[in-house]
Design a protein around this ligand. Structure first.
Ligand code: ZN
Length: 293
């Protein structure tokens, strides 16, 4: 890959896509978004690849969207490809915000969910807010026992991250608790909620994912693609897509309200203030979590 914020490696029938901003907990800037898209497109187009694994380099899977690293590139234009909406650069207020988030968050996540090959998220450490979106678009999620998950953006006055899959991935009642509290849940709890497939000792994580991917790769390609589509269609029939569209409007009402009455669309929060906000920590060291949202 020309852009090393994402690494791409082929291991037999497995494409390993690794987010590679470990110094920032793999906080997702637009450069990473488009590098991920390049990687997924490459894996989809390569007939030798049967399964895609998404992982994070360093201590964490993903600390979320980049809201405060030196590489934050919110004002840059990229080659838009999730939809035909106009570029956000040079626009203002909701015009800019809606265009950008439609493309790099909601649009890209939807595009990746439709990749016609099984995708496995290999999660360790933090999987926070925007990081959840990356794990959720994968078909299977395998987590190390030390992994933890949270969507704390209600603290910004915002009803969850842009790809609002919460009620579908953990059920409505647990989704409310998860969002109302904004606290971390550990891998064992995430497994109880049905949000992830397997919890394994950290030292076994990569091997477990490889074993799973290798077994899946023995299935016929079209059978896997159609099965994935079948389950996704069932999930859509349960309201996933239309639900996310309606909540995206609420999400942007919240951004606009914040911008109207406060410091900015994030209610004046950045990675540091979100990290330092009072909350119960189930496990881990909160100093290891930059760039969360
Ligand atoms: Zn947003």
């Amino acid at each position: 890959m020309p852009d090393d914020v994402v690494r791409y490696a082929v291991d037999g029938p497995i494409a390993r896509v690794t987010m590679n901003r470990p110094e920032f907990g793999n906080a997702q800037n637009s450069a990473m978004t488009y590098a991920l898209d390049d990687a997924f497109y490459r894996a989809a187009a390569d007939d030798e690849i049967a399964v895609v694994v998404l992982a994070g380099a360093g201590r964490h899977f993903s600390a979320g969207h980049d809201i405060g690293t030196p590489g934050r590139d919110i004002d840059r234009s990229f080659d838009r490809r999730a939809g035909l909406w106009w570029d956000h650069v040079g626009k203002f207020g909701g015009d800019s915000r809606y265009a950008r988030e439609q493309e790099v968050y909601l649009g890209m996540c939807r595009r990746w969910r439709e990749l016609p090959k099984p995708m496995i998220a290999q999660v360790h450490g933090a999987c926070i807010a925007g990081g959840l979106m990356l794990a959720w678009v994968c078909d299977l999620i395998v987590a190390a026992a030390d992994a933890f998950f949270a969507d704390p953006v209600v603290r910004m006055g915002i009803p969850g991250v842009e790809y609002f899959a919460h009620p579908w991935v953990m059920g409505p009642r647990h989704a409310k608790e998860f969002l109302f509290l904004g606290e971390r849940i550990g891998a064992a709890r995430a497994y109880q909620l049905g949000m992830i497939n397997r919890v394994v000792p950290p030292e076994d994580l990569a091997a477990e994912v490889t074993t799973l991917a290798t077994k899946i790769s023995a299935m016929p390609r079209l059978g896997l693609a159609l099965t994935k589509k079948a389950v996704n269609q069932a999930e859509d029939a349960m309201g996933l897509q239309v639900g996310m569209d309606s909540v995206f409007g609420l999400h942007h009402l919240a951004h606009a309200h914040n911008a109207e009455v406060g410091a900015d669309s994030l209610a004046g929060h950045d990675a540091r203030s979100m990290r330092d906000a009072p909350q119960r920590h189930e496990q881990g060291d909160r100093d290891q979590q930059p760039g969360e949202r």
